[in-house]
Design a protein. Structure first.
Length: 509
């Protein structure tokens, strides 16, 4: 059959009937070979364990975990740490892994890494496509070794998770404590600055304006009262001085102690002038006004009762009465001077205080701006310090949570199993592979033979070879084809078209 032309299903069927043995032989031999290879390959046993990730037992609303890194990232980090040389070499030496072959330690470590399997379990239910757990597996030539090594790797993951979380929590606490110390130093500095500012501008700070204004009003009232009292004292002093002068005049005049009518008239005029001055500033009921009017009334009564003066002078009054009256006046004048001096001191003190409070009220706006700036920095430092204190308390609870193993942790759900049968080589796989290889080889041989075969067997072959229509077909006479020396394996001699053929008749005959 010409293999160069397009083949139909009938052609494939014909080829299969004619050359089925070429396909069958490799399809039978190759699976047998594959099955035999399984006895030559060293068996490997797979031990596997399941580790689940348990969530924090205490609600995060009470104790917030300080380890917030995604579990996938932490698992990848732990995997790299556990598969490091420092972790694997003790396991290799303890269980004498891959010691039969003459391999270096680096090669043995690489083989151990390749035989370790870590398969995360992705879930659409747990924690929004989170990681509820993962499988750990290990392959070895001995089932017991595979189980023990798998258990060691599982223990490494569990202990590494606990130590990592505890170290993270402790590291967070130490970092926050260092930050707290810095924050406390800054807060103390701000407090000291605020204290000095308050001492420097005492009475000028915000909130003291109303008290300063009230003090100004009170001091103004006190100043007015002191000024009025001082004026009154000075008037009284003037009166006493005039009385002393009059008494001195009486002592030196020939009329004696009682004086002349001219002296009484002079005294009356002074009292009336004092009354006019007091009534111009005070009411009728003021004590000084009442006292002056009483003195005027008594003096007038004395002047009305006084006898008429005599032409010749009489004997003067005793000197003792004159000295006592002068002494009393001088004593009153000294007392009056002391009171006036005290009132002046009070007046000066009140004026000083008035200037002080006026200056406080005037400088309050400027001081308030600077005070706001200082208090703002102080409040910021205080808020930062309080926040750090709160975080430290949270971190301490998180550390205690990890120490009590109440946080997120790995729990072994299935202990490493002891394999009962090797995981490789898998005989069904080798059988299927041998069968597939045999079929492929047989089909390849048949295809090659058919492509190289130039024998003409059907009308379609004649048409493909000559491009001429077929006039007739001569059937096979049933005699076997003569054996020739040219027949070989997987090869045919070109057939003799005249052998056993009957004469052809043309289309017209």
């Amino acid at each position: 059959m010409l293999g160069h032309r397009a083949l139909t299903l009938q052609d494939y069927t014909t080829i299969l009937k004619r050359r089925w043995w070429i396909i069958a032989i490799p399809a039978i031999i190759f699976p047998i070979i594959g099955f035999g290879i399984t006895f030559l390959v060293q068996p490997e046993y797979l031990s596997q364990t399941l580790v689940l990730v348990e969530q924090q037992k205490v609600p995060e609303s009470y104790v917030k975990a300080v380890v917030t890194e995604d579990l996938n990232g932490r698992l990848a980090t732990m995997k790299e740490q556990i598969l490091s040389r420092s972790r694997l070499q003790p396991i290799i030496e303890r269980f004498n892994l891959f010691a039969n072959s003459k391999l270096s330690m680096d090669d043995r470590i690489d083989l151990t890494r390749k035989n370790i399997g870590i398969a995360p379990i992705q879930s659409e239910i747990a924690r929004t496509n989170g990681l509820p757990g993962f499988y750990i597996s290990f392959k070895a030539s001995d089932p017991r070794t595979a189980q023990l090594v798998c258990g060691e790797i599982q223990s490494l993951f569990v202990s590494e998770n606990l130590s990592d979380r505890a170290a993270s929590a402790a590291g967070t606490t130490d970092f926050l404590k260092a930050q707290e110390a810095d924050a406390k130093a800054k807060l103390d500095e701000q407090d000291e600055k605020l204290r000095k500012f308050q001492q420097t501008y005492v009475g000028k700070l915000p909130g003291a304006e109303s008290s300063n204004i009230n003090m100004l009003t009170t001091l103004n009232t006190q100043l007015d009262a002191t000024t009025q009292a001082l004026t009154r004292l000075e008037q009284n002093k003037s009166y006493l001085e005039s009385m002393a002068a009059l008494q001195q005049q009486n002592q030196t005049s020939p009329t004696g102690e009682h004086g002349t009518p001219q002296a009484r008239e002079t005294e009356l005029q002074q009292l009336q002038a004092q009354e006019a001055d007091l009534t111009s500033r005070y009411t009728e009921d003021y004590p000084d006004v009442v006292s002056v009017r009483r003195k005027i009334r008594e003096l007038r009564e004395q002047m009305a009762k006084a006898p008429a003066p005599v032409a010749t002078p009489t004997a003067s009054t005793p000197k003792l009465a004159d000295s006592l009256g002068a002494l009393q006046l001088r004593t009153q004048l000294r007392s009056m001077d002391q009171e006036i001096a005290m009132k002046k001191r009070d007046q000066a003190s009140i004026q000083t205080q008035l200037h002080l409070y006026q200056e406080r009220v005037a400088s309050s706006p400027e001081v308030e701006e600077e005070y706001k700036s200082i208090t703002r920095d102080n409040q910021t430092a205080q808020a930062f310090y309080d926040e750090l204190r709160s975080k430290i308390q949270t971190a301490k609870m998180a550390v205690d949570l990890e120490k009590r193993q109440q946080g997120e942790q790995f729990r072994v759900m299935d202990e490493p199993n002891l394999p009962e049968s090797p995981s490789s080589p898998k005989r069904p796989v080798y059988l299927a592979g041998g069968l597939a290889a045999g079929l492929f080889l047989g089909l390849l041989i048949v295809g090659s033979l058919e492509y190289l075969d130039t024998a003409v067997r059907t009308e379609r072959d004649i048409w493909a070879f000559t491009k001429l229509p077929t006039l007739g077909v001569i059937g096979f006479n049933g005699q076997p084809e003569p054996v020739t020396s040219g027949r070989r394996w997987f090869r045919r001699k070109s057939p003799d078209l005249t052998a056993g053929a009957k004469p052809l008749m043309n289309a017209g005959g």
